[in-house]
Write a protein that binds this ligand. Structure first.
Ligand code: URP
Ligand code: ZN
Ligand code: ZN
Ligand code: ZN
Length: 540
Protein backbone atom coordinates (compact mmCIF):
# COMPACT_ATOMS: atom_id res chain seq x y z
CA UNK A 1 0.00 0.00 0.00
CA UNK A 2 1.38 3.42 -0.93
CA UNK A 3 2.17 5.70 1.98
CA UNK A 4 -0.52 8.36 2.49
CA UNK A 5 0.42 11.54 0.71
CA UNK A 6 -1.01 13.73 3.45
CA UNK A 7 -0.27 13.81 7.14
CA UNK A 8 -2.08 15.42 10.03
CA UNK A 9 -0.02 15.79 13.18
CA UNK A 10 -2.67 16.23 15.82
CA UNK A 11 -2.67 17.94 19.17
CA UNK A 12 1.08 18.33 19.71
CA UNK A 13 2.81 21.38 21.12
CA UNK A 14 4.29 23.09 18.06
CA UNK A 15 7.58 24.70 19.07
CA UNK A 16 9.28 27.41 17.04
CA UNK A 17 12.23 29.49 18.20
CA UNK A 18 9.97 32.33 19.31
CA UNK A 19 6.72 30.69 20.42
CA UNK A 20 5.04 27.41 21.35
CA UNK A 21 1.35 26.52 20.97
CA UNK A 22 -0.79 23.42 20.91
CA UNK A 23 -1.90 23.04 17.29
CA UNK A 24 -2.53 20.59 14.48
CA UNK A 25 -0.15 20.58 11.52
CA UNK A 26 -1.39 19.53 8.08
CA UNK A 27 1.27 18.36 5.65
CA UNK A 28 0.72 17.98 1.92
CA UNK A 29 3.14 17.54 -0.98
CA UNK A 30 6.15 17.94 1.27
CA UNK A 31 5.18 21.26 2.81
CA UNK A 32 3.14 22.51 5.75
CA UNK A 33 -0.27 23.45 4.35
CA UNK A 34 -2.11 24.47 7.49
CA UNK A 35 -1.48 25.09 11.15
CA UNK A 36 -4.38 25.50 13.54
CA UNK A 37 -6.96 23.92 15.77
CA UNK A 38 -9.25 21.00 14.96
CA UNK A 39 -7.97 20.47 11.44
CA UNK A 40 -9.38 16.91 11.37
CA UNK A 41 -12.65 16.94 9.39
CA UNK A 42 -15.73 16.04 11.53
CA UNK A 43 -16.24 12.75 9.70
CA UNK A 44 -12.72 11.56 10.55
CA UNK A 45 -9.67 11.13 8.37
CA UNK A 46 -10.45 10.85 4.65
CA UNK A 47 -8.61 8.26 2.55
CA UNK A 48 -5.04 9.27 1.92
CA UNK A 49 -4.71 11.24 5.17
CA UNK A 50 -2.65 9.68 7.92
CA UNK A 51 -3.25 11.05 11.39
CA UNK A 52 -0.35 11.07 13.85
CA UNK A 53 -1.55 11.70 17.38
CA UNK A 54 1.06 13.92 19.06
CA UNK A 55 -0.85 14.83 22.24
CA UNK A 56 1.60 15.34 25.09
CA UNK A 57 4.53 15.54 22.66
CA UNK A 58 6.45 18.37 21.05
CA UNK A 59 6.37 19.05 17.33
CA UNK A 60 9.71 20.59 16.32
CA UNK A 61 11.34 21.81 13.11
CA UNK A 62 13.74 19.08 12.04
CA UNK A 63 17.30 19.57 13.21
CA UNK A 64 19.92 21.11 10.92
CA UNK A 65 23.43 19.79 11.49
CA UNK A 66 25.66 22.61 10.28
CA UNK A 67 28.85 20.57 10.12
CA UNK A 68 29.40 17.02 8.86
CA UNK A 69 32.05 15.13 6.89
CA UNK A 70 30.45 12.03 5.37
CA UNK A 71 32.78 9.66 3.46
CA UNK A 72 35.52 12.29 3.71
CA UNK A 73 38.93 11.23 2.30
CA UNK A 74 41.16 12.46 5.10
CA UNK A 75 44.52 11.62 6.72
CA UNK A 76 45.08 8.54 4.58
CA UNK A 77 41.63 7.12 5.23
CA UNK A 78 37.97 7.83 4.49
CA UNK A 79 35.34 8.52 7.13
CA UNK A 80 33.22 5.44 7.57
CA UNK A 81 29.75 6.99 7.78
CA UNK A 82 28.87 7.69 4.17
CA UNK A 83 26.08 9.91 2.85
CA UNK A 84 23.63 6.99 3.08
CA UNK A 85 24.22 5.59 6.52
CA UNK A 86 25.19 8.96 7.95
CA UNK A 87 21.98 10.67 6.85
CA UNK A 88 19.84 7.71 7.97
CA UNK A 89 21.44 7.98 11.38
CA UNK A 90 20.74 11.73 11.29
CA UNK A 91 17.03 11.09 10.69
CA UNK A 92 16.83 8.61 13.56
CA UNK A 93 18.11 11.34 15.84
CA UNK A 94 15.70 14.03 14.62
CA UNK A 95 18.04 15.80 12.17
CA UNK A 96 16.47 16.38 8.75
CA UNK A 97 19.22 18.37 7.06
CA UNK A 98 23.01 18.30 7.09
CA UNK A 99 25.52 20.75 5.66
CA UNK A 100 28.68 18.91 4.61
CA UNK A 101 31.99 20.29 3.31
CA UNK A 102 33.47 19.99 -0.20
CA UNK A 103 37.22 20.28 0.38
CA UNK A 104 39.68 20.63 -2.54
CA UNK A 105 43.37 19.83 -2.20
CA UNK A 106 45.74 22.79 -2.38
CA UNK A 107 45.94 23.78 -6.04
CA UNK A 108 42.67 21.98 -6.82
CA UNK A 109 39.50 23.41 -8.31
CA UNK A 110 36.74 24.38 -5.86
CA UNK A 111 34.10 23.68 -8.48
CA UNK A 112 35.48 20.21 -9.17
CA UNK A 113 35.47 19.47 -5.44
CA UNK A 114 31.88 20.68 -5.21
CA UNK A 115 30.81 18.46 -8.14
CA UNK A 116 32.68 15.49 -6.66
CA UNK A 117 30.92 15.81 -3.33
CA UNK A 118 27.58 16.15 -5.11
CA UNK A 119 28.25 13.00 -7.10
CA UNK A 120 28.91 11.17 -3.82
CA UNK A 121 25.95 12.63 -1.97
CA UNK A 122 23.09 12.89 -4.49
CA UNK A 123 22.46 9.16 -5.01
CA UNK A 124 22.88 8.36 -1.31
CA UNK A 125 21.36 11.02 0.91
CA UNK A 126 18.25 10.16 2.91
CA UNK A 127 17.68 13.72 4.14
CA UNK A 128 18.15 17.12 2.52
CA UNK A 129 21.66 18.50 2.42
CA UNK A 130 23.76 21.44 1.35
CA UNK A 131 27.51 22.02 0.91
CA UNK A 132 29.97 24.51 2.34
CA UNK A 133 33.14 24.72 0.20
CA UNK A 134 36.66 25.04 1.61
CA UNK A 135 39.26 27.55 0.39
CA UNK A 136 42.57 25.77 0.92
CA UNK A 137 44.78 27.98 -1.25
CA UNK A 138 44.54 31.34 -2.97
CA UNK A 139 44.70 32.46 -6.61
CA UNK A 140 42.66 34.35 -9.20
CA UNK A 141 41.11 31.02 -10.15
CA UNK A 142 39.91 30.43 -6.58
CA UNK A 143 38.52 33.94 -6.45
CA UNK A 144 36.60 33.41 -9.70
CA UNK A 145 35.36 29.97 -8.68
CA UNK A 146 33.99 31.33 -5.42
CA UNK A 147 31.81 33.68 -7.44
CA UNK A 148 30.61 30.91 -9.73
CA UNK A 149 29.79 28.67 -6.76
CA UNK A 150 27.71 31.45 -5.22
CA UNK A 151 25.98 32.59 -8.40
CA UNK A 152 25.35 29.24 -10.09
CA UNK A 153 25.76 26.40 -7.59
CA UNK A 154 23.89 27.36 -4.45
CA UNK A 155 26.87 27.83 -2.12
CA UNK A 156 26.94 30.76 0.33
CA UNK A 157 29.57 29.68 2.88
CA UNK A 158 33.32 29.05 2.59
CA UNK A 159 35.55 27.43 5.20
CA UNK A 160 39.16 28.46 5.65
CA UNK A 161 41.57 26.38 7.73
CA UNK A 162 44.08 28.07 10.05
CA UNK A 163 45.42 24.60 10.93
CA UNK A 164 46.54 21.44 9.06
CA UNK A 165 49.84 22.98 7.99
CA UNK A 166 50.91 22.08 4.42
CA UNK A 167 47.55 20.39 3.80
CA UNK A 168 44.72 22.91 4.10
CA UNK A 169 46.17 25.80 6.12
CA UNK A 170 46.09 29.30 4.63
CA UNK A 171 48.06 32.38 5.68
CA UNK A 172 46.66 35.51 7.30
CA UNK A 173 46.95 37.36 3.99
CA UNK A 174 45.03 34.57 2.24
CA UNK A 175 42.40 34.79 4.96
CA UNK A 176 42.16 38.50 4.29
CA UNK A 177 41.70 37.87 0.54
CA UNK A 178 39.15 35.11 1.10
CA UNK A 179 37.15 37.14 3.63
CA UNK A 180 37.15 40.14 1.27
CA UNK A 181 35.85 37.93 -1.54
CA UNK A 182 33.17 36.39 0.69
CA UNK A 183 31.92 39.83 1.48
CA UNK A 184 31.84 40.95 -2.19
CA UNK A 185 29.76 37.93 -3.20
CA UNK A 186 27.50 37.79 -0.12
CA UNK A 187 28.85 34.63 1.47
CA UNK A 188 29.69 33.93 5.09
CA UNK A 189 33.30 33.13 5.95
CA UNK A 190 33.89 30.14 8.22
CA UNK A 191 37.15 29.32 9.96
CA UNK A 192 38.73 26.34 11.60
CA UNK A 193 40.50 28.42 14.24
CA UNK A 194 43.75 26.89 15.47
CA UNK A 195 47.32 28.11 15.03
CA UNK A 196 48.73 25.51 12.61
CA UNK A 197 52.38 26.54 13.08
CA UNK A 198 52.18 26.16 16.86
CA UNK A 199 50.51 22.76 16.46
CA UNK A 200 53.25 21.53 14.13
CA UNK A 201 55.98 22.64 16.53
CA UNK A 202 54.09 21.34 19.56
CA UNK A 203 53.64 17.93 17.94
CA UNK A 204 57.40 17.63 17.29
CA UNK A 205 58.02 18.54 20.94
CA UNK A 206 55.59 15.90 22.28
CA UNK A 207 57.06 13.17 20.07
CA UNK A 208 60.56 14.14 21.19
CA UNK A 209 59.38 13.73 24.80
CA UNK A 210 58.26 10.21 23.93
CA UNK A 211 54.57 11.11 24.08
CA UNK A 212 53.17 9.16 21.14
CA UNK A 213 49.65 8.41 22.48
CA UNK A 214 46.39 10.37 21.98
CA UNK A 215 47.09 12.65 24.98
CA UNK A 216 49.86 14.17 22.83
CA UNK A 217 47.14 15.40 20.45
CA UNK A 218 45.70 17.70 23.13
CA UNK A 219 49.03 18.60 24.71
CA UNK A 220 50.42 19.95 21.45
CA UNK A 221 47.40 22.15 20.82
CA UNK A 222 46.20 23.57 24.15
CA UNK A 223 43.33 26.03 24.51
CA UNK A 224 45.46 29.10 23.84
CA UNK A 225 46.23 27.78 20.34
CA UNK A 226 42.50 27.80 19.56
CA UNK A 227 41.78 31.10 21.34
CA UNK A 228 44.64 32.93 19.59
CA UNK A 229 43.47 31.85 16.14
CA UNK A 230 39.87 32.70 17.00
CA UNK A 231 40.84 36.26 17.92
CA UNK A 232 43.06 36.57 14.84
CA UNK A 233 40.24 35.45 12.53
CA UNK A 234 37.80 37.86 14.15
CA UNK A 235 40.31 40.72 13.82
CA UNK A 236 40.87 40.01 10.12
CA UNK A 237 37.14 39.62 9.40
CA UNK A 238 36.40 42.82 11.26
CA UNK A 239 39.02 44.67 9.17
CA UNK A 240 37.05 43.83 6.02
CA UNK A 241 33.59 43.96 7.64
CA UNK A 242 32.91 40.36 6.64
CA UNK A 243 30.54 38.17 8.67
CA UNK A 244 32.40 35.34 10.35
CA UNK A 245 31.35 31.92 11.60
CA UNK A 246 33.73 29.99 13.86
CA UNK A 247 33.20 26.25 13.34
CA UNK A 248 33.64 23.63 16.07
CA UNK A 249 34.18 25.81 19.15
CA UNK A 250 35.86 23.44 21.58
CA UNK A 251 37.24 25.47 24.47
CA UNK A 252 36.18 27.94 27.12
CA UNK A 253 38.94 30.33 26.01
CA UNK A 254 37.81 30.39 22.37
CA UNK A 255 34.16 30.74 23.40
CA UNK A 256 35.05 33.70 25.62
CA UNK A 257 36.82 35.38 22.69
CA UNK A 258 33.66 34.99 20.60
CA UNK A 259 31.39 36.22 23.40
CA UNK A 260 33.61 39.29 23.91
CA UNK A 261 33.65 40.02 20.18
CA UNK A 262 29.86 39.82 20.00
CA UNK A 263 29.62 42.24 22.90
CA UNK A 264 32.02 44.44 20.99
CA UNK A 265 29.49 44.49 18.15
CA UNK A 266 31.27 42.12 15.76
CA UNK A 267 29.17 40.06 13.32
CA UNK A 268 30.52 36.71 14.46
CA UNK A 269 28.85 33.42 15.27
CA UNK A 270 30.17 30.44 17.22
CA UNK A 271 29.27 26.82 16.58
CA UNK A 272 29.91 24.43 19.47
CA UNK A 273 29.32 20.81 18.55
CA UNK A 274 27.64 17.85 20.21
CA UNK A 275 31.07 16.57 21.27
CA UNK A 276 32.19 19.79 22.98
CA UNK A 277 28.79 20.16 24.67
CA UNK A 278 28.42 16.52 25.66
CA UNK A 279 31.83 15.20 26.69
CA UNK A 280 35.39 16.32 27.48
CA UNK A 281 39.06 15.70 26.82
CA UNK A 282 39.85 13.71 29.95
CA UNK A 283 39.30 10.69 27.67
CA UNK A 284 42.68 11.31 26.02
CA UNK A 285 44.26 10.00 29.21
CA UNK A 286 42.18 6.80 29.20
CA UNK A 287 44.33 3.68 29.61
CA UNK A 288 42.64 1.98 26.63
CA UNK A 289 44.41 3.27 23.52
CA UNK A 290 41.38 2.78 21.25
CA UNK A 291 39.09 4.64 23.67
CA UNK A 292 41.41 7.63 23.79
CA UNK A 293 42.01 7.56 20.03
CA UNK A 294 38.29 7.61 19.26
CA UNK A 295 38.11 11.06 20.89
CA UNK A 296 40.86 12.54 18.71
CA UNK A 297 39.57 15.46 16.68
CA UNK A 298 40.71 18.96 15.89
CA UNK A 299 40.50 21.23 17.78
CA UNK A 300 40.58 18.66 20.58
CA UNK A 301 38.10 18.12 23.36
CA UNK A 302 39.37 19.93 26.45
CA UNK A 303 40.59 18.21 29.62
CA UNK A 304 38.91 20.91 31.76
CA UNK A 305 35.73 19.01 32.74
CA UNK A 306 33.75 22.24 33.24
CA UNK A 307 33.99 22.96 29.47
CA UNK A 308 30.69 21.35 28.30
CA UNK A 309 28.63 23.17 30.95
CA UNK A 310 30.36 26.45 30.19
CA UNK A 311 29.75 26.16 26.44
CA UNK A 312 26.12 25.19 27.06
CA UNK A 313 25.59 28.29 29.21
CA UNK A 314 26.98 30.47 26.41
CA UNK A 315 24.79 28.69 23.88
CA UNK A 316 21.74 29.22 26.06
CA UNK A 317 22.49 32.93 26.38
CA UNK A 318 23.23 33.62 22.69
CA UNK A 319 26.99 34.09 23.03
CA UNK A 320 27.17 30.98 20.85
CA UNK A 321 24.59 30.54 18.14
CA UNK A 322 24.29 27.21 16.33
CA UNK A 323 25.24 23.56 16.84
CA UNK A 324 26.82 21.06 14.50
CA UNK A 325 28.63 17.81 15.09
CA UNK A 326 31.75 17.74 12.89
CA UNK A 327 30.63 14.14 12.38
CA UNK A 328 33.72 12.55 10.81
CA UNK A 329 33.89 8.96 11.94
CA UNK A 330 36.66 6.40 11.72
CA UNK A 331 36.56 2.81 12.91
CA UNK A 332 39.13 1.57 15.41
CA UNK A 333 41.26 -0.02 12.70
CA UNK A 334 41.40 3.33 10.89
CA UNK A 335 42.26 5.21 14.08
CA UNK A 336 45.02 2.60 14.54
CA UNK A 337 46.93 4.17 11.64
CA UNK A 338 48.28 6.34 14.46
CA UNK A 339 48.89 3.67 17.06
CA UNK A 340 52.55 4.66 17.41
CA UNK A 341 52.21 8.35 16.58
CA UNK A 342 49.20 10.48 17.56
CA UNK A 343 49.74 12.83 14.59
CA UNK A 344 48.68 9.98 12.29
CA UNK A 345 45.34 9.22 14.04
CA UNK A 346 42.59 10.30 11.61
CA UNK A 347 40.83 13.22 13.27
CA UNK A 348 37.10 13.04 13.89
CA UNK A 349 34.25 11.90 16.12
CA UNK A 350 30.58 10.93 15.85
CA UNK A 351 27.54 13.07 16.69
CA UNK A 352 25.10 13.32 13.77
CA UNK A 353 22.68 10.83 15.34
CA UNK A 354 22.96 12.03 18.92
CA UNK A 355 23.24 15.82 18.65
CA UNK A 356 19.58 16.59 19.31
CA UNK A 357 19.26 14.26 22.30
CA UNK A 358 22.61 15.34 23.79
CA UNK A 359 21.66 19.02 23.57
CA UNK A 360 18.21 18.32 24.99
CA UNK A 361 19.78 16.42 27.87
CA UNK A 362 22.57 18.85 28.72
CA UNK A 363 20.68 21.99 27.71
CA UNK A 364 16.95 21.58 28.32
CA UNK A 365 16.70 18.71 30.81
CA UNK A 366 19.39 20.45 32.87
CA UNK A 367 17.35 23.68 32.91
CA UNK A 368 19.86 25.83 31.02
CA UNK A 369 17.58 26.55 28.04
CA UNK A 370 13.90 26.20 27.17
CA UNK A 371 12.30 24.36 24.27
CA UNK A 372 12.30 27.48 22.09
CA UNK A 373 16.01 28.10 22.53
CA UNK A 374 16.54 24.40 21.79
CA UNK A 375 14.82 24.87 18.43
CA UNK A 376 16.86 28.05 17.81
CA UNK A 377 20.22 26.38 18.39
CA UNK A 378 19.46 23.05 16.72
CA UNK A 379 17.66 24.41 13.65
CA UNK A 380 16.39 27.99 13.26
CA UNK A 381 19.62 29.94 13.73
CA UNK A 382 21.41 27.74 11.20
CA UNK A 383 18.55 28.26 8.74
CA UNK A 384 18.82 32.03 9.20
CA UNK A 385 22.61 32.26 8.90
CA UNK A 386 22.85 29.95 5.89
CA UNK A 387 19.79 31.53 4.20
CA UNK A 388 17.42 28.60 4.39
CA UNK A 389 14.84 30.35 6.54
CA UNK A 390 11.83 30.10 6.72
CA UNK A 391 11.83 27.20 4.29
CA UNK A 392 13.81 25.29 6.91
CA UNK A 393 14.07 25.95 10.63
CA UNK A 394 10.40 26.82 11.19
CA UNK A 395 7.03 25.12 11.33
CA UNK A 396 4.82 27.53 9.40
CA UNK A 397 2.48 27.43 6.42
CA UNK A 398 4.64 27.06 3.31
CA UNK A 399 7.70 25.72 5.13
CA UNK A 400 9.23 22.36 4.18
CA UNK A 401 7.63 19.57 6.19
CA UNK A 402 10.84 18.56 7.97
CA UNK A 403 9.34 17.85 11.37
CA UNK A 404 10.13 15.81 14.45
CA UNK A 405 7.63 14.53 16.99
CA UNK A 406 9.70 14.71 20.13
CA UNK A 407 9.15 13.10 23.49
CA UNK A 408 10.43 15.58 26.07
CA UNK A 409 9.49 13.69 29.21
CA UNK A 410 11.84 10.81 29.34
CA UNK A 411 9.23 8.62 30.97
CA UNK A 412 10.66 5.26 31.83
CA UNK A 413 9.15 2.14 30.36
CA UNK A 414 7.63 0.84 27.21
CA UNK A 415 5.15 2.87 25.25
CA UNK A 416 3.99 0.13 22.94
CA UNK A 417 2.48 -2.15 25.57
CA UNK A 418 2.55 -1.35 29.27
CA UNK A 419 4.18 1.94 30.05
CA UNK A 420 5.39 3.24 33.38
CA UNK A 421 6.07 6.71 34.61
CA UNK A 422 9.14 7.57 36.64
CA UNK A 423 7.37 6.76 39.89
CA UNK A 424 6.32 3.35 38.59
CA UNK A 425 2.64 4.05 37.94
CA UNK A 426 1.13 2.88 34.67
CA UNK A 427 0.31 5.66 32.24
CA UNK A 428 -1.52 5.59 28.98
CA UNK A 429 0.28 6.90 25.95
CA UNK A 430 -1.38 8.84 23.20
CA UNK A 431 1.07 7.79 20.54
CA UNK A 432 -0.54 5.23 18.25
CA UNK A 433 2.66 3.46 17.35
CA UNK A 434 2.91 -0.06 15.95
CA UNK A 435 3.05 -2.81 18.53
CA UNK A 436 6.52 -4.19 18.16
CA UNK A 437 7.01 -5.31 21.71
CA UNK A 438 10.05 -7.41 22.45
CA UNK A 439 11.09 -7.37 18.79
CA UNK A 440 13.58 -4.63 19.40
CA UNK A 441 14.13 -3.13 22.82
CA UNK A 442 14.93 0.23 21.25
CA UNK A 443 11.40 0.49 19.95
CA UNK A 444 9.92 0.50 23.43
CA UNK A 445 12.08 2.90 25.28
CA UNK A 446 11.15 6.52 25.56
CA UNK A 447 14.44 7.43 27.10
CA UNK A 448 17.50 6.33 25.25
CA UNK A 449 20.84 5.21 26.52
CA UNK A 450 23.36 6.02 23.82
CA UNK A 451 25.50 3.10 22.75
CA UNK A 452 27.57 2.02 19.78
CA UNK A 453 25.75 -1.32 20.08
CA UNK A 454 22.41 0.24 19.20
CA UNK A 455 23.20 3.38 17.24
CA UNK A 456 22.50 3.56 13.51
CA UNK A 457 25.89 4.93 12.48
CA UNK A 458 28.51 2.82 10.74
CA UNK A 459 31.26 3.64 13.20
CA UNK A 460 32.09 1.07 15.88
CA UNK A 461 32.47 3.52 18.78
CA UNK A 462 30.32 6.23 20.32
CA UNK A 463 31.86 9.08 22.35
CA UNK A 464 28.56 9.46 24.25
CA UNK A 465 28.43 5.78 25.28
CA UNK A 466 26.17 5.28 28.31
CA UNK A 467 24.60 8.75 28.30
CA UNK A 468 20.92 8.54 29.26
CA UNK A 469 18.89 10.95 27.16
CA UNK A 470 15.44 12.00 28.23
CA UNK A 471 14.47 13.84 25.04
CA UNK A 472 14.02 11.47 22.10
CA UNK A 473 12.59 11.69 18.60
CA UNK A 474 9.55 9.44 18.20
CA UNK A 475 8.74 10.20 14.57
CA UNK A 476 10.87 11.99 11.98
CA UNK A 477 9.22 13.50 8.90
CA UNK A 478 11.40 14.55 5.98
CA UNK A 479 10.01 16.30 2.90
CA UNK A 480 6.50 15.47 4.16
CA UNK A 481 7.09 11.73 4.54
CA UNK A 482 7.38 9.69 7.73
CA UNK A 483 10.92 8.39 7.35
CA UNK A 484 11.60 7.10 10.86
CA UNK A 485 9.11 5.89 13.42
CA UNK A 486 9.49 3.72 16.48
CA UNK A 487 12.87 2.47 15.40
CA UNK A 488 11.82 1.68 11.82
CA UNK A 489 13.09 3.51 8.72
CA UNK A 490 10.97 4.10 5.59
CA UNK A 491 13.47 5.87 3.40
CA UNK A 492 15.53 5.13 0.31
CA UNK A 493 18.96 6.37 -0.72
CA UNK A 494 18.53 9.49 -2.82
CA UNK A 495 15.25 10.58 -1.18
CA UNK A 496 17.02 13.64 0.22
CA UNK A 497 17.82 16.53 -2.10
CA UNK A 498 20.56 19.14 -2.50
CA UNK A 499 19.24 22.47 -1.21
CA UNK A 500 20.83 25.48 -2.95
CA UNK A 501 21.36 28.58 -0.81
CA UNK A 502 21.27 32.17 -2.02
CA UNK A 503 23.89 34.80 -1.07
CA UNK A 504 23.38 37.90 1.07
CA UNK A 505 21.32 36.25 3.80
CA UNK A 506 19.39 39.15 5.33
CA UNK A 507 19.94 37.85 8.83
CA UNK A 508 23.65 38.62 8.55
CA UNK A 509 24.02 41.01 5.63
CA UNK A 510 21.57 43.75 6.65
CA UNK A 511 23.99 44.85 9.36
CA UNK A 512 27.06 44.42 7.16
CA UNK A 513 25.61 46.58 4.36
CA UNK A 514 24.46 49.26 6.76
CA UNK A 515 27.92 49.40 8.35
CA UNK A 516 29.45 49.86 4.92
CA UNK A 517 27.09 52.78 4.36
CA UNK A 518 27.66 54.45 7.70
CA UNK A 519 30.96 53.26 9.13
CA UNK A 520 33.36 53.61 6.19
CA UNK A 521 36.00 56.14 7.28
CA UNK A 522 36.06 59.48 5.46
CA UNK A 523 38.97 61.96 5.28
CA UNK A 524 39.01 65.02 7.53
CA UNK A 525 38.35 68.16 5.50
CA UNK A 526 41.05 70.69 6.25
CA UNK A 527 42.84 73.54 4.55
CA UNK A 528 46.01 72.50 2.76
CA UNK A 529 49.22 72.80 4.75
CA UNK A 530 51.11 75.80 3.46
CA UNK A 531 54.18 75.83 5.74
CA UNK A 532 57.73 74.69 5.24
CA UNK A 533 58.49 71.10 4.15
CA UNK A 534 61.83 69.55 5.00
CA UNK A 535 64.04 68.55 2.11
CA UNK A 536 65.16 64.90 2.15
CA UNK A 537 68.85 64.46 1.77
CA UNK A 538 69.61 61.90 -0.93
CA UNK A 539 71.53 58.86 0.28
CA UNK A 540 75.08 58.43 -0.94
O1 URP B 1 38.80 16.47 13.59
C1 URP B 1 38.11 16.99 12.74
N1 URP B 1 37.55 18.14 13.04
N2 URP B 1 37.94 16.40 11.54
C2 URP B 1 37.30 16.94 10.43
C3 URP B 1 38.05 18.03 9.73
C4 URP B 1 37.79 19.37 10.35
O2 URP B 1 38.73 20.03 10.74
O3 URP B 1 36.66 19.81 10.46
ZN1 ZN C 1 37.77 21.95 11.04
ZN1 ZN D 1 34.87 19.65 10.37
ZN1 ZN E 1 6.25 -3.27 24.73
Amino acid sequence: MAAPSRLLIRGGRVVNDDFSEVADVLVEDGVVRALGHDLLPPGGAPAGLRVLDAAGKLVLPGGIDTHTHMQFPFMGSRSIDDFHQGTKAALSGGTTMIIDFAIPQKGGSLIEAFETWRSWADPKVCCDYSLHVAVTWWSDQVKEEMKILVQDKGVNSFKMFMAYKDLYMVTDLELYEAFSRCKEIGAIAQVHAENGDLIAEGAKKMLALGITGPEGHELCRPEAVEAEATLRAITIASAVNCPLYIVHVMSKSAAKVIADARRDGKVVYGEPIAASLGTDGTHYWNKEWHHAAHHVMGPPLRPDPSTPDFLMNLLANDDLTTTGTDNCTFNTCQKALGKDDFTKIPNGVNGVEDRMSVIWEKGVHSGKMDENRFVAVTSTNAAKIFNLYPRKGRIAVGSDADIVIWDPKGTRGCRSCVAFSDNGSVYKTNMNLPLQCLANARVHMEERTISAKTHHQAVNFNIFEGMVCHGVPLVTISRGKVVYEAGVFSVTAGDGKFIPRKPFAEYIYKRIKQRDRTCTPTPVERAPYKGEVATLKSRV
